[in-house]
Design a binder for this molecule. Structure first.
Ligand SMILES: [Zn+2]
Ligand SMILES: [Zn+2]
Length: 355
């Protein structure tokens, strides 16, 4: 671990004592270069903790327990104005800078800037973040649950509820059963989808998916076509929504081929920047098959995150079952190793802090 300097919170910002951080595939994409990231940087973008200090004009009270959103929508740009805060042009531009909303990092080492990751940088004991990223959490919700709810769970459940708009009785498949895919699966089960078909290469993940409510488990059959045939057979002729949570082009093709007429492949996984997908064209008009993109579950954090935690508290969304392992901050490399393996759903870092 390394000690860094952290500037005090400026206007519209808050310093948070982090208690828990999820380890997400996007962090791994930043490490292996799949996604371009300003370096050096502190990774981590699924966090929860306690507000310690706030800057000018911030109404959050120090001592508040909060979960973090990695997308502080500006509320003013064209996308925000049409209700698409998750596509906020200002926030996405700011994210690419590796700084906060003014483009400057608050982290440094020996006077040299160290960049933020998605405004948050939660693989740390403390973070200075835009106050708009802080969503208060109720008592009784563990920090680790609030942390994963802010990325994987919001992304997966939102893809099902917000992007796709799954209704009771809709047929759903989930391709890729990691943290996001499993969250999509929980969202589909909670929404009353039937059947819910889980697809993965790893048998351990398929077994876990069945425990979480998948009605069918399909092991990746070596090709998109062969896998889609199995999904279509399991679902009685194809699904209404196939949620793709791996970012791999062959999985996107499998999602598309798994749908029935008027069905949609919902692409959630982040592909490599130069990836392309080749699809058979005829079924798009002939069967009205569709492709839907989904980022951050099309979520509005201030509205949707408290609802997620309330569903958890009422036992309707068993988010605790997504946490497969807890590690201390200095074992973050072990978390990535677990993620590259087959068995981990969500590894959570315990960042200390008093309860
Ligand atoms: Zn994430
Ligand atoms: Zn905006």
């Amino acid at each position: 671990m390394t000690e860094l300097d952290l500037a005090p919170p400026g206007p519209g910002e808050a310093r948070v004592r982090l208690h828990a951080s999820g380890v997400c595939h996007s962090d791994l994409n930043a490490i292996d270069g799949t996604a371009e990231t300003r370096c050096p940087a502190v990774l981590g973008h699924e966090g929860a903790g306690v507000v310690e200090e706030v800057g000018e004009g911030v109404s959050l009270v120090p001592g508040s327990r909060v979960m973090l959103s990695w997308l502080p929508a500006c509320g003013r740009c064209d996308e925000c104005q049409r209700g698409l805060g998750h596509l906020c042009a200002i926030a996405w531009e700011g994210m690419a800078s590796g700084g906060l909303l003014d483009g400057r990092p608050r982290l440094s080492r020996d006077g040299e800037p160290v960049h933020h990751y998605s405004f948050l940088s939660t693989f740390a004991e403390r973070a200075v973040v835009p106050a708009a990223c802080c969503i208060p959490i109720p008592d009784g919700v563990p920090f680790e649950i609030a942390a994963i709810a802010g990325c994987a769970v919001a992304t997966g459940t939102g893809a099902v509820w917000r992007t796709a708009g799954v209704r009771p009785g809709d047929r759903v498949a989930v391709i890729g059963c990691g943290g996001v895919g499993m969250s999509a699966l929980l969202g589909a089960v909670a929404a009353g989808a039937q059947p819910v078909v889980a697809v993965d290469v790893a048998h351990a993940k398929l077994a876990a998916a069945e425990e979480l409510g998948a009605t069918h488990a399909v092991a990746w059959a070596g090709s998109a076509e062969a896998t889609a045939d199995l999904v279509r057979a399991a679902s009685g002729g194809g699904v209404d929504y196939a949620i793709e949570a791996t970012g791999r082009p062959e999985a996107a093709l499998a999602a598309f081929l798994s749908t029935r007429a008027r069905g949609a492949a919902v692409l959630v996984g982040i592909p490599a920047a130069d990836a392309t997908i080749t699809l058979p064209a005829l079924p798009i008009p002939r069967l009205e098959r569709r492709i839907l993109g989904s980022i951050y579950g099309s979520s509005r954090p201030d509205r949707d995150f408290p609802a997620l935690l309330e569903l958890y508290r009422r036992g309707r969304l068993p988010l605790d079952r997504l946490v497969s392992r807890r590690l201390p901050l200095d074992a973050v490399e072990d978390a990535f190793a677990a993620m590259r393996g087959d068995d981990a759903l969500r590894v959570v870092l315990d960042l200390g802090g008093s309860a």
